[in-house]
Design a protein around this ligand. Structure first.
Ligand code: B12
Length: 296
């Protein structure tokens, strides 16, 4: 009988070893034997079961339900899941997005978080953001706009997607520490999810960044840029805030080589001579990779 380690199984399924361990602790799908040193050893039957579990989750099944169907055990109750509510409609969505929409609609935070993490490990940041996560966010925003309902789904998505992006970023190889790019939400801006996505994509490319989060005062950003000699700063705004433009002059003088990028729909009507526009996640990654490579 062949025995497989956590690393073997993770490589075979295209996920990280921590995901394989988490399936064991969270859904009871663990190895049926142990090495003499106490390490998990998966049999061929375990591998087969986990492969089928993985396929079911990718197809949009709830991980708890998929585990119960495969093992014949009663589903493990969800700590955050709940019945009721209509499923968030996402026009043209692929399988993964439909699965996540179902999980978000039943308020199953862990299933959304695990599903996004699994997608990141399989597809990488830009594709997951553009093809899987962004359609969900746009639909959640539209539902709220048109019906005034579903704000709880928007909050749950925010929490689960941020956590998945943070976990994914933390699992990537260690980054250099010097001259990190600065990422911040505008001074009155709560929306910063695109910055989590951007940080993950920069980390995939080996570029360090600091995320200062929502509602960052421009003066604070200028101080950090000067103190850390950040080669680039990107400010995200989803909402229009015309007053910010006047403050940018001070920021761009933080140090001689600083480059400023302005991203998000909030900048559309803002005339600014101080920063370059970033129109997409892939475009921002390219701009910042180039900025970091040219740091002096
Ligand atoms: C999640 C979310 C929240 C979360 C934010 C949590 C967080 N930590 O980020 C919470 C619940 C806190 C929230 C609060 C509010 N929100 Co809100 N929110 C959203 C939602 C669903 C996603 C935001 C997001 O991440 N957008 C990123 C992508 C999905 O946006 P996009 O427009 O498609 O992006 C375009 C470009 O920017 C570019 N792009 C996409 N990704 C990236 C990434 C990078 C790096 C780059 C450079 C470019 C880029 O491509 C797209 C096409 O050109 C949006 C819906 C939406 N369509 O954005 C609403 C939305 C932005 N929110 C809205 C509103 C009104 C609010 C609130 C005022 C009220 C409310 N709904 O509670 C408050 C505002 C608080 C504040 N002062 O900022 C409106 C804004 C309308 C407007 N323009 O005035 C939206 C559009 C919903 C809607 N359809 O009405 N929100």
């Amino acid at each position: 009988m062949t025995e497989h380690t956590v690393g073997d199984l993770a490589a075979r399924l295209g996920v990280t070893p921590s995901t394989v361990r988490m399936w064991g602790t969270r859904y009871g799908l663990t190895a049926s034997s142990r090495s003499s040193g106490g390490h998990r050893r998966f049999t061929d039957d375990d591998v087969d079961l986990l492969e089928r579990f993985h396929q079911a989750v990718i197809a949009g099944e709830s991980p708890r339900q998929a585990a119960a169907d495969l093992t014949g055990a009663a589903p493990i109750p969800s700590s955050s899941g709940g019945p009721g509510g209509n499923v968030l409609a996402v026009p043209g969505a692929g399988r993964r997005t439909r699965g996540l929409a179902r999980a978000a609609s039943r308020l199953d935070e862990m299933a959304v978080e695990d599903g996004v993490l699994e997608a990141l490990e399989a597809m990488k940041g830009v594709a997951v953001w553009d093809e899987v996560v962004r359609p969900l966010l746009v639909s959640a925003g539209e539902q709220w706009q048109h019906t005034g309902t579903g704000i709880e789904v928007e909050h749950l998505l925010t929490q689960a997607v941020s956590m998945a992006l943070i976990r994914y970023t933390a699992g990537l190889p260690e980054l250099p520490r010097d001259k990190a790019i600065l990422l911040a939400g505008g001074p009155h801006e709560e929306h910063v999810l695109p910055l989590h996505a951007l940080r993950a994509c920069l980390a995939e490319r080996g570029i360090p960044s600091r995320l200062l989060g929502p509602r960052t005062p421009v003066a604070a950003l200028a101080r950090v840029a000067q103190r850390t000699r950040a080669p680039g700063v990107l400010i995200w705004m989803s909402l229009k805030d015309l007053a910010v433009e006047q403050e940018l002059a001070h920021l761009v003088k933080s140090h001689r080589t600083l480059r400023l990028f302005l991203a998000g729909p909030g900048w559309v009507d803002v005339q600014s001579v101080h920063g370059a526009r970033s129109d997409s996640l892939a475009g921002a990654v390219d701009q910042l990779v180039e900025t970091w490579a040219g740091r002096s």
